[in-house]
Design a protein around this ligand. Structure first.
Ligand SMILES: [Zn+2]
Length: 341
């Protein structure tokens, strides 16, 4: 079997321990990548990060529901939001800043301002989770510490995507000088990527009900693990596909339908995602186009035929439009759910 390195502990929020796990069956032999193995996640880790997986409590979603609406956090938050938006506009490339097309320039600046504001509000909503509700009739005011935490999260997370207008413009113009058409194209990419960044940050990466594996269960380490995929989405980038076994390598555009399904599911279930675009799966797997995800822990226990949340979770995936959902009872899926769109 592969000589597993002990996974790094998740470096995000601490998660309560899972109930004791039954001994897992041993992993398959090292030759399985080339022998048509359907998935690389049928084997299970024992201990380590596995103990942290899927351990979010049912109360998590309720806590998230208690977060006040964005944009209503008082004067400190308003000032910080203005600061990040002003900085983002100031960082626009010269091709936009010096543009004589006033309409286009104004639309870009409005998009950047809106993206910065939404990203900051998302970070603040996360930073204020669990804050006591204000007295009746009182507005919820963010404290200095909460605003500072939101600013730190912004700079490391969604704010990265907000600052990438220049990069997107460079990508669409190639070697050519930037034209209005290039700026328009960059604006479309920018709007899509920044909106996706905020959703992925608040609804997946920082969700109290989603755990993201930061390694492949195969033991292979690359930049295509689920945690890194989501980090890249938050940073406004494409996501990496693994390059081992059947996996073709390269990078793909994230799929908003899949991301929104995950965001929807975590309102009802807590789960651990083992793979998005990464890992080695069957040939032509939907994972390689970012159209699938795998879950091996659900509502505090491993996915098995005895996990009473599995049937409902699989049906919820179908209700969200999944074209194929496989789980216990299907070959190769006794210990995980695969859902694809
Ligand atoms: Zn899968």
């Amino acid at each position: 079997m592969p000589d597993f390195q002990r996974p790094r502990p998740a470096d995000r929020r601490p998660a309560p321990p899972l109930p004791p796990r039954r001994p897992e069956r041993p992993a398959n032999g090292p030759g399985r990548w080339g022998n048509g193995a359907m998935n690389d996640h049928v084997e299970q880790q024992q201990g380590g990060a596995a103990q942290q997986g899927g351990a979010a409590q049912q109360g998590g979603a309720a806590q998230q529901g208690a977060v006040p609406a964005a944009g209503t956090y008082g004067a400190l938050a308003t000032a910080a939001r203005t600061t990040v938006a002003t900085a983002a506009v100031a960082a626009l490339p010269a091709a936009v800043r010096d543009s004589t097309n006033a309409d286009l320039k104004a639309r870009v600046e409005a998009a950047v301002t809106a993206a910065a504001g939404a990203a900051f509000d998302g970070c603040l909503a996360v930073a204020m989770r669990g804050a006591p509700a204000p007295a009746a009739g009182q507005a919820q005011e963010a404290t200095q510490a909460q605003v500072a935490a939101a600013r730190t999260a912004y700079d490391a997370g969604p704010g990265v995507a907000v600052g990438k207008f220049g990069q997107y413009l460079d990508e669409v113009r190639g070697q050519a000088s930037a034209t209005d058409a290039h700026v328009e194209s960059a604006l479309t990419r920018y709007t899509t990527r920044t909106a996706r960044s905020v959703r992925a940050y608040t609804g997946i990466q920082q969700s109290e009900n989603v755990e993201l594996l930061n390694f492949h269960v195969s033991g292979v380490r690359d930049q295509a693990n689920a945690a890194q995929n989501v980090e890249d989405i938050v940073a406004g980038e494409k996501i990496q596909v693994s390059a081992y076994g059947n996996a073709p390598g390269g990078s793909v555009e994230p799929d908003d339908t899949v991301l929104d399904a995950i965001i929807s599911l975590q309102r009802t279930y807590s789960f651990r995602i083992t793979e998005l675009a990464g890992g080695s799966h069957s040939r032509n797997s939907a994972h390689y186009t970012a159209d699938a995800f795998d879950v091996d822990q659900l509502d505090g226990a491993g996915v098995t035929s005895r996990n009473r949340s599995v049937a409902g979770f699989m049906q919820a995936c179908r209700d969200l439009g999944a074209s194929l959902v496989l789980g216990p009872g299907s070959a190769g899926h006794d210990t995980h759910v695969h859902a694809e769109w």
